[in-house]
Write a protein that binds this ligand. Structure first.
Ligand SMILES: Nc1ncnc2c1ncn2[C@@H]1O[C@H](COP(=O)(O)OP(=O)(O)OP(=O)(O)O)[C@@H](O)[C@H]1O
Ligand SMILES: [Mg+2]
Length: 446
C-alpha cells in the first residue's frame, strides 16, 4: 500500500476574517454584541428559564426589574459597548471566549440562552474595525485584551491565540466594556448615513422586546431604547408541540388595534427563539405565505393576521436559528414541524379573513373585527400561553323570511269581497290574513 502523506489544510486567517464577516449586516453585528450581554444578564435567572411556561412566568412577574444596563456608544471613529452583567472571568476568556466555534464542553454552556455557535463576538469585532480593546471585571478576576486585527491576521503562528491580561477579582462594577477603533471605511460610511442609527434602534426594540425592561435596559448614544409592544385579540387559536429538546408554542389571531387601521408592521408571523425575535412580521414563503398548499399569498385583506411561534430550549443549538439569529434555518426538522402547525393554525385565521369577502359573511364589517378578536393582550403573553381555539363569530340570523304559496283565485276574491276591497293584490290579502291571525289567534305580545 502506498504511504499516506499530509496535504496542507491549515486555515488562512485573512480569508477567515473576510469570510465570517461577509454575510452579516452591520446592524446584526451590533445585535451579536447585545446577544452576548443579554445572555450574560440572563445567567443568574437561567435556572428559571428552561421551558415555555418559565418564559411566561417571567413575563407575568411584575416585580422583575431590569438590573443590567447595556450602553452602546456609536461614533464615526469609535464604537463602545458596555454592560453591567457579571463580566467574563480570565479562565472563561482563556478557554472559551476567543475560540472560533463552540467547544463540546456542554457544562460550560448550561446557562447560555442566546449564545449558540461561538462566533458572534469575533465576527462583530472583525466586522467593525481594526483595533479592539476589551476590559471585563468578574468576581473571580476578569481580563483585558488589546488587539490589532490586521497585525494578528498577518502573524503566522500555528496555534491561533489572543494575548489577554488577567485582572484582579472585583466586587463592584462588574461587567464588560468593548471598544472598537480604526473603524473600517464601509462601516464609517454606513454609520454616517443618517439612517443607520434610527434603524438600529428600531431593530433593537423589536428584537429584544421580551427582555427590555424585564432583564436589561439598552441605550444607544445615551438614549434608552423603548421596547416594541403590541397586542393580539384574546380570541386566538394556538397549538403546542415538543420535538426532541425543543418545545414550541404557536398562536394565530387578529392584531388588536386602536381604531380600524391594521398596520403592516404588526401583520404576519413573529418567530422567537428563547425570547429573542428571529423573524418579525414575516409575510414571505419562509413562513408559509404563498408557499403552495400552505397559506394564501399575503394580501392587504390579511393585514389583521398576527401569528407567533415561540421556540424554547436549554440546548441553544437545537433551536432553528441561523448563525446571525436574524432568520430561520429552513431545513431544520423542528422548523418543518412548526411549519405544519403554523399552516393549520394560520388557516383558521386566513380562512376567517378571506371569508369576510364572500356573500355568506358579508355581515362582518371591518369594525366588527375587533369585537370578534376580543380584548387585546400582549403578543408575548399569547405566544407562550395555554392553547386555545379561535371562535368565529356566529353568522347573524336573517330577521325576515319570505312566505310564498298558491291560493285559489276564487278564495282570494271571497276575501276581497268580504273586506269590500276589490283592489287588494294577492300579496296584500296574504299580509292581511297573516296579520289577522297573528293578532287574533296568537296575540301581539310584544
Ligand atoms: N458581554 C459579555 N458578558 C459575558 N460573557 C460574554 C460577553 N460577551 C461574550 N461572552 C462570552 O464569550 C463567549 C463567546 O461569545 P461569541 O459571541 O463569540 O459566541 P457565542 O455567544 O457563544 O455564540 P454565537 O455565535 O451564537 O454568538 C460567550 O459564549 C460568552 O461566554
Ligand atoms: Mg454570541
Amino acid at each position: 500500500m502506498t504511504e499516506k502523506i499530509e496535504a496542507d489544510a491549515r486555515p488562512e486567517k485573512r480569508l477567515f476574517v473576510s469570510l465570517i464577516t461577509r454575510d452579516i449586516s452591520l446592524a446584526d453585528a451590533f445585535l451579536d454584541l447585545l446577544d452576548n450581554s443579554i445572555n450574560a444578564a440572563i445567567e443568574p435567572l437561567a435556572s428559571r428559564l428552561k421551558t415555555a411556561d418559565d418564559y411566561q412566568r417571567l413575563l407575568a412577574d411584575t416585580k422583575l426589574s431590569a438590573k443590567v444596563k447595556i450602553d452602546l456608544t456609536i461614533g464615526s471613529t469609535k464604537i463602545v459597548v458596555r454592560d453591567t452583567a457579571g463580566g467574563i472571568s480570565a479562565d472563561t476568556a482563556k478557554r472559551h471566549v476567543f475560540r472560533f466555534g463552540r467547544d463540546d464542553d456542554a457544562s460550560a454552556h448550561e446557562s447560555d440562552r442566546l449564545s449558540v455557535y461561538g462566533i458572534g463576538l469575533k465576527r462583530a469585532l472583525f466586522k467593525c474595525g481594526n483595533k479592539i480593546e476589551i476590559v471585563s471585571d468578574h468576581r473571580d478576576g476578569g481580563f483585558e485584551l488589546k488587539e490589532n486585527v490586521r497585525r494578528w491576521a498577518a502573524e503566522k503562528q500555528e496555534q491561533w491565540h489572543f494575548d489577554i491580561t488577567p485582572r484582579k477579582p472585583a466586587k463592584n462594577d462588574l461587567g464588560t466594556r468593548i471598544t472598537i477603533t480604526e473603524l473600517h471605511d464601509d462601516v464609517v460610511r454606513r454609520l454616517d448615513d443618517g439612517l443607520f442609527l434610527p434603524q438600529l434602534r428600531e431593530k433593537i426594540a423589536s428584537t429584544y422586546s421580551y427582555f427590555i425592561g424585564r432583564i436589561v435596559e439598552i441605550s444607544v448614544n445615551g438614549k434608552d431604547v423603548e421596547k416594541e409592544s403590541f397586542e393580539i385579540g384574546e380570541n386566538y387559536t394556538s397549538e403546542k408541540f415538543q420535538s426532541g429538546k425543543v418545545s414550541c408554542n404557536i398562536a394565530a389571531g387578529i392584531a388588536s388595534t386602536k381604531g380600524e387601521v391594521f398596520r403592516d408592521r404588526t401583520a404576519g408571523w413573529f418567530v422567537f427563539c428563547n425570547g429573542r425575535t428571529v423573524l418579525y412580521a414575516d409575510k414571505s414563503q419562509l413562513t408559509g405565505w404563498g408557499a403552495g398548499a400552505a397559506l394564501p399569498i399575503f394580501q392587504p385583506k390579511h393585514r389583521p393576521f398576527l401569528g407567533t411561534v415561540f421556540f424554547v430550549s436549554t440546548d441553544t443549538e437545537a433551536l432553528p436559528w441561523t448563525t446571525t439569529k436574524g432568520s430561520i434555518n429552513e431545513e431544520s426538522a423542528v422548523w418543518q414541524e412548526a411549519r405544519r402547525h403554523m399552516v393549520k393554525v394560520g388557516r383558521v385565521i386566513t380562512g376567517f379573513l378571506d371569508g369576510r369577502y364572500t356573500e355568506d359573511s358579508a355581515g362582518i364589517a371591518p369594525s366588527d373585527l375587533q369585537s370578534v378578536s376580543g380584548t387585546g393582550m400582549s403578543v408575548l403573553t399569547a405566544a407562550v400561553a395555554r392553547t386555545r381555539q379561535f371562535k368565529p363569530p356566529k353568522a347573524a340570523r336573517p330577521k325576515t323570511v319570505k312566505i310564498q304559496y298558491d291560493a285559489n283565485v276564487a278564495d282570494v276574491h271571497r276575501i276581497q269581497n268580504y273586506l269590500r276591497r276589490s283592489s287588494m293584490s294577492g300579496s296584500d290579502v296574504g299580509r292581511y290574513t297573516f296579520d289577522y291571525f297573528l293578532k287574533n289567534e296568537v296575540g301581539e305580545d310584544k
